[in-house]
Design a protein around this ligand. Structure first.
Ligand SMILES: [Zn+2]
Length: 81
């Protein structure tokens, strides 16, 4: 199964949180192996999540997911520029 970058971005937070099924995880992993943009986004996202953990934010704000996606869009634009 071949997936595009957009599909990976939708799953990236779940991937980092270990919330994906084994099948989804394998698909995302396979894509990351050959896609530089998604690998870079994964690294950035991981950094954002580490920052969040460092601030001891146990209850995520309601708009957390929306902000994460906005941040991802920003990263994607930057990487493509
Ligand atoms: Zn990609």
């Amino acid at each position: 199964m071949v997936i595009d970058c957009k599909h990976v971005w939708d799953h990236i937070s779940g991937y980092l949180d270990g919330e994906l099924s084994a099948e989804e995880r394998a698909i995302v992993q396979k894509h990351l192996e050959h896609c530089e943009i998604c690998s870079a986004i994964l690294d950035s996202t991981r950094n954002i999540l580490i920052l969040t953990a460092d601030e001891r934010v146990f209850e995520l704000p309601l708009d957390y997911s929306a902000r994460l996606h906005a941040r991802l869009d920003e990263e994607i634009r930057r990487l493509r520029a």
